[in-house]
Design a binder for this molecule. Structure first.
Ligand SMILES: O=P(O)(O)OC[C@H]1O[C@H](O)[C@H](O)[C@@H](O)[C@@H]1O
Length: 322
């Protein structure tokens, strides 16, 4: 008997976003792309906590001890540091945006988007009366998180001064990105060599980076100034390169707490420092100033590509300039 005609292959469901509950009942948005690609964003902090490639492998680091409970910021992913980076001001470390509840913005002002991007979400944060007491400025902070057609993750921030009293405001900012790496001693960062930096471990003193590329053998906490728009993080063991592209964010912070600081952090495993690296596009040295009605835009785009070399044979120009 003749076999029944084969039915057409099932259509792949279109990418979409869904709202689900995470730990402690916190809402999170899940963006799905082709194959096993996905991105997760908590409304708490407007914080991306997961970015998976087409094999479903996690590309961002989140601590196994992360606390998903306000007022503690989630340890990992991409915390948003605003309106202050670090201790560069009088506010709490890294400002308050990372421990506030953002909401989904269903009707954001137009923002050009690659038409191939089907999975994205817009969030918004406005100050509460309590926030206005500690930082007396009215603002609208819009964040678009998008999963691109090739699995790229992009975050676009638009911050608008909505003060009605005519006053400008200034802020510092960072996308405090935690990358997942196989072994920190097998990682190098390219694009920051020869840059000037402020060393947070030496009282923010200014130095110039030496050598070919940045490698890691001990604690590091540096703010590279006027860093290039592309930075590569090369994971030799995984044979994977993260390419980070930044716009509107002149600086780049590089942080790994290493063993002693790791042990001192309540929400971070003792040896997890081996499996993470923060490279954070930022505006720290020169705060951004907005007059009423003005808007600033700062963008981060991340892609993860196979490293086309065995060890140390990478042509930095290929990674940095595509
Ligand atoms: O523990 P957090 O407040 O999240 O800060 C974690 C780290 O963030 C940045 O990378 C700073 O440069 C570091 O000085 C700080 O230790």
């Amino acid at each position: 008997m003749a076999a029944p005609p084969s039915s057409p292959p099932p259509q792949q469901p279109p990418p979409f976003y869904e709202l689900v509950k995470g730990p402690c009942g916190l809402d999170k948005v899940v963006l799905r792309g082709a194959r096993k690609r996905s991105v997760e964003v908590y409304l708490y902090g407007g914080q991306v906590t997961s970015w998976k490639n087409d094999h479903g492998e996690e590309l961002l680091f989140v601590s196994s001890k992360a606390i998903f409970k306000p007022p503690k910021a989630i340890r990992g992913g991409v915390p948003i540091c605003f309106p202050q980076f670090g201790t560069h001001g009088n506010l709490e470390q890294h400002g308050f945006a990372r421990n506030r509840l953002w909401i989904i913005d269903d009707n954001p002002p137009p923002l050009p988007l690659n038409p191939a991007i089907k999975a994205f979400v817009d969030l918004i944060l406005k100050p509460s009366d309590e926030d206005l007491k500690i930082w007396p400025h009215s603002f609208e902070f819009r964040l678009r998180v998008a999963l691109g057609p090739t699995g790229d993750l992009s975050l676009t921030s638009r911050i608008r001064n909505t003060n009605t009293d005519g006053r400008p405001f200034s802020y510092t900012f960072a996308y405090h990105t935690y990358f997942s790496v196989s072994d920190i001693s097998e990682v190098r960062v390219e694009g920051l060599e020869t840059m000037d930096y402020l060393d947070n471990l030496k009282g923010k003193e200014r130095f110039t980076e030496q050598g070919d590329a940045i490698v890691f053998e001990s604690e590091v906490d540096k703010i590279y100034l006027s860093a290039p728009s592309k930075i590569a993080i090369i994971d030799h063991e995984k044979k994977r390169t993260f390419v980070l592209t930044k716009e509107g964010l002149p600086d780049a912070v590089v942080w790994n707490p290493w063993d002693k600081k790791a042990k001192a952090m309540q929400d971070f495993g003792d040896v997890e420092y081996k499996h993470m690296l923060c490279v954070e596009p930022a505006a720290v040295e020169k705060p951004i100033t907005l007059k009423p009605g003005e808007e600033w835009k700062g963008r981060l785009a991340l892609s993860a590509v196979p490293s086309s070399y065995c060890s140390g044979q990478l042509d930095p120009l290929k990674v940095i300039h595509g």
